[in-house]
Design a protein around this ligand. Sequence first.
Ligand code: MN
Length: 244
Amino acid sequence: MERRHFLSLMGMAALSACVSSGSKSNNGSSSAVADSFSGHIFPQLGYGYDALQPYIDAQTMELHYDKHHRGYYKKFMAAIDGSELEKTPMHQIFANISRHSESVRNNGGGYYNHMLFWENMSPDGGDPSARLLNAIVKNFGSYDEFKAEFNSAAKSHFGSGWAWLYMDSDKNLKVTSTPNQDNPLMDVNPEKGIPLLALDVWEHAYYLKYQNMRGDYVDNFWNVINWKTVSKRWEKAHKGEWEG
Ligand code: MN
């Protein structure tokens, strides 16, 4: 059941990517996109609340998914109710986020970022694909240097936010962090690109288990990264078949 929902979600992402690749417009006026995009859905988790233990505990997962994430989704849907954004893919909304309300920015970011976060974790996520690993080595010098840079971004980010691996417009892999629920797709973010790997460093993501030890939470994240999903995301982004 959960597997089916997960595949369904991935199918939606693929459809969205397919549709958006046919349009270079970022202003939401593309009728092809408006006609084809089926709307914003709240995703099912691809695994159980306890699947990522001991690294992420079941209670944190349940609260995070069912309360925090669902809350962002509900507020986002309320913020766009009756507007054209109901039919606009998230990456197009983010490309013009400076024109929209704080509620759309914060809750739309919260809705989207958590979808990536759930997808890029798994109890058996494997390793980066050979091609992705090559790109990581090319861009960061080594896998360990990439890991150190990502860890530093996640551990040193002040306050609530996210750490990211993303691909910039020159197809280079980069690491950054963003405040609140911002992400690299947003036009307000100084470092822009397509997000590939997301780590939530809000206290609600780890405080029940780790309390003030954010560093331990970040270190343990590497045990649950779904490199299969991240590798597929990067392959599509690299080919221009996925814009976020
Ligand atoms: Mn969160």
